[in-house]
Design a protein. Sequence first.
Length: 306
Amino acid sequence: MVPAASICHVVHEDQVGELDLSRDNLKRLLASGSFFWIDLPRPREEDFAVLRDVFQFHPLALEDSEHFGQRAKLDDYDDFVFLVVYGAVPDEDRLVEVHCFYSERFLITVHRDEAPAFTEVRHRYQKRRAPIDDPALLLYRIIDALVDSFFPILADFDDRIDELENQTFLHASDEQLQEIFAMKRLLVGMRKAVTPERDLFASLMGGGAELPGMTTEAERHFRDIYDHLIRISDLIDTYRDLLTSSMDVFLSTVSNRLNVVMKQLAVIATIFLPLTFITGFFGQNFGWLVREHQRLARVRRARRRD
């Protein structure tokens, strides 16, 4: 039984919306001669086979696209480039990894996680009802939407760090410490994604890498993405330092609370120390007291007899 074709999103001068990812549909888009964008969420093995048969992508590019968890990078092939870029989404790891096949004829994006940033870009072209006249500008808008998606997530981190500090002063608990560690792990993961992406665009701006159809105007826009990535990288480092400070505040608060408890125990011990000394002294000499009492009793009886 032939599996049903996956549903993808297409942006083309003739259609903006959903499309079956079939060989016939993709060949029709290629034959039209107009630039198009295919967005494929949650790809299957059969989908990569369709892309291989229709677009004749290099085997290494397809192999990289099938395996997620890569560093941000740009690989240049004969008639297209393969890009790995990251954005932010409110899921478990706060990241969405997007693989892009880009040429002067098409742009194909592949991702496993949801990418809400793409929805607004598609709506923009749907309202225009016009062909994509600048492919590099479309690529910019897609990557810019992914990069800008970091800012709301980091703003939530900022608010939550302030709340954790206030709660720590009022009542420090193990749950707060666990949340601090969890947030630090998320920031480390985001930093691992953002830093190579920042270096990628630094190389692109410095001429170390090139994109097909890059114009002077598009280069200005991509420079803006680089500036945003620098800001995001700085924010991530700042929030990591704030979380480290929050952990120090937590430990100091717990230590101060322990000192208060120790003072209370010291007062109680001071009160009971004389009683403990007395009971300990007489407890250790109880046998001597009995013998002394018996001796005095014998002395009194002897005196009465005399």
